[in-house]
Design a protein around this ligand. Structure first.
Ligand SMILES: [Zn+2]
Length: 73
């Protein structure tokens, strides 16, 4: 078993910038990214300023875990 010396970049979940203002605080700080919670993975759009969840959709069942796992093998 070899240890990877990759940068931690591979471990960061991608946070895609979303156009538009937060309906709660008006900040232009919306990001979309997958989160894992009860029931599996969800794609959420969340304001990074006040953490208001603008949108929450059920995502792929395995989510990014599969990709992250393969990145670290
Ligand atoms: Zn906000």
């Amino acid at each position: 078993m070899t240890l990877s010396t990759k940068t931690s970049a591979a471990l960061h979940l991608e946070r895609e910038a979303v156009n538009g203002a937060c309906p709660e605080c008006g900040a232009l700080a919306l990001r979309r990214y997958p989160v894992h919670s009860e029931g599996g993975w969800f794609d959420v759009v969340k304001c990074q300023a006040c953490l208001h969840s603008v949108r929450r959709e059920r995502g792929a069942r395995l989510g990014p875990a599969l990709r992250l796992l393969s990145d670290t093998l």
